[in-house]
Design a protein around this ligand. Structure first.
Ligand SMILES: *Cc1c(COP(=O)(O)O)cnc(C)c1O
Length: 460
């Protein structure tokens, strides 16, 4: 065990140690070297060194998502202390679907969930579940809301979100059995935020035609632009109309730990349910989402079940997570959050998230001040969208080309999106490894490649 562990740890420390100088993406020609890694397992065991070399090669290809200069999509550094937690619980293979298997580890996980519920201002008694990501968390939220508000016959149910809502919400609705027409698109204002008056009017019109509005999904940081819907007003409409109020905070949620984030996310405390992704804004490794609910009883009503083969298990006074979501057997997901929170302290996360907010504001001011770029939506959180200034009718092509060139060069990695018909580049600062020097490097790469604006020097 020690030999295998030491060899693996050596590889990890080498590779993580190389992040500061590693390219932000590496793509090699697709060739036969994949044949060995993809071939069926052999009858007899083979050596660890070759396996580690194959892993190193394979993991070295693609986007360097854990590196400091990855600003595409929604970055996630992946805390080393979470990986250590995984080693602990994986090696001991603890199961936490039913509380009787590992009661104290379930209590540990439940403590993290209840702490977070408190941070969001949810009442005592609130709870939830650590999921594999935001998409699965949305699915459980939708199924709980459907079960609670519509019962078993729900073909006439309608739910409300904006055009900027992550596609996982519509996907969850589809998997939960709703036709595409049940997902209603609420208009937004000039800043891409949900229009609460339009929401109320749509609900009334849908009721008039015999539909049953049951759920509104507000954004607490959209993926494309980081936009936060007016949560107090949207929550107000949901309360008046008797709709379930669900908030998608998958990207933006953990900014709640900061003073500025808390101000931007005001109103989130009224949510019936909310989704946060620790594998985004808590720097946890991939495969870590969270669903928080005001009343875990509704989660249980929608998901709980049992089998004759489970009757003899002890039932300690902690949740059966199998009753909070679709999975029965699951690993201990809590330690990968509990251990980093223990070792680093909440203050370290608060400071890191504050730094991301500062860096996004810095990028925004640099991009807009130097004239080569324009930013149509000032960042509310840590995502800055921008496009080449004054590129005219061929703007989308020029911006696509710029993104391709920047990413092909490999020093930094960015992604693009389309907002209200316009193609925009995105710089999302969210890795715990990204600091001022990395954002400065990104800005330098962009300005090197942007056509120079015609400026009249002051000395003329
Ligand atoms: C990433 C994201 C999701 C989906 O979460 P996964 O963890 O990728 O399944 C949902 N909503 C928002 C706003 C996101 O950024």
């Amino acid at each position: 065990m020690l030999d295998i562990g030491r060899a693996a740890l050596q590889l990890v420390t080498d590779m993580v140690g190389a992040f500061p100088d590693a390219p932000a993406s590496t793509f090699r020609p697709w060739a036969d070297r994949y044949s060995l890694i993809a071939e069926p397992p052999a009858e007899h065991g083979r050596d660890l060194a070759t396996a580690l070399a194959l892993f190193r090669d394979a993991a070295g290809e693609g986007l360097e998502t854990a590196g400091p200069r990855y600003f595409g999509y929604v970055p996630s550094g992946g805390l080393y202390t979470s990986a250590v937690a995984e080693l602990l619980v994986r090696a001991l293979n603890r199961s936490t679907g039913l509380a009787g298997f590992s009661p104290a580890l379930v209590a540990m996980e439940d403590g993290v969930i209840r702490w977070l519920c408190g941070e969001f201002g949810l009442p005592a008694g609130a709870g939830g579940i650590i999921t594999t990501g935001g998409s699965t968390a949305h699915l459980s939220a939708l199924v709980a809301a459907r079960h609670d508000r519509l019962g078993e016959t729900f073909a006439d149910g309608t739910l409300y979100a904006t055009a900027h809502t992550h596609y996982s919400v519509a996907k969850a609705a589809r998997i939960a059995g709703f036709p595409a027409s049940a997902v209603r698109t609420v208009p937004t204002d000039a800043r891409l935020r949900m229009d609460p008056a339009a929401l109320a009017a749509m609900i009334a019109a849908d009721r008039d035609r015999g539909a049953r509005p049951f759920l509104v999904v507000a954004n607490a940081g959209t993926t494309s632009t980081g936009t936060v819907d007016p949560l107090p007003e949207v929550g107000g409409v949901a309360a008046r109309e008797g709709l379930w109020f669900h908030v998608d905070a998958a990207y933006g949620g953990f900014f709640q730990l900061t003073e500025r984030g808390r101000a931007v996310l005001r109103g989130i405390e009224a949510a019936d349910s909310l989704v946060v992704d620790p594998h985004k804004s808590l720097f946890a490794p991939y495969g870590t989402g969270m669903l928080l609910v005001r009343d875990p009883g509704v989660l249980r009503a929608a998901h709980a079940d049992t089998g004759a083969y489970l009757q003899d298990l002890p039932a300690p006074p902690v949740p059966h997570y199998a009753d909070h979501g679709p999975e029965l057997t699951r690993e201990c997901r809590g330690l990968r959050l509990w251990l980093p929170l223990w070792l680093h302290g909440v203050g370290a996360f608060r400071a890191a998230l504050d730094e991301k907010l500062d860096l996004a504001r810095f990028a925004y001011s640099e991009l807009t001040a130097r004239g080569a770029f324009e930013c149509p939506y000032p960042p509310q959180l840590s995502t800055v969208c921008f496009a080449l200034a004054g590129a005219g009718g061929a703007a989308d092509d020029a911006n696509h080309r710029l993104l391709d060139e920047v990413n092909a060069e490999g020093r930094i990695y960015l992604s693009g999106t389309t907002v209200e018909g316009r193609y925009l580049l995105r710089l999302c600062v969210l890795s715990h490894r990204s600091h001022a020097e990395h954002v400065r490097e990104a800005l330098a790469v962009l300005h090197e490649r942007a056509p120079r604006p015609v400026l009249t020097p002051l000395s003329v």
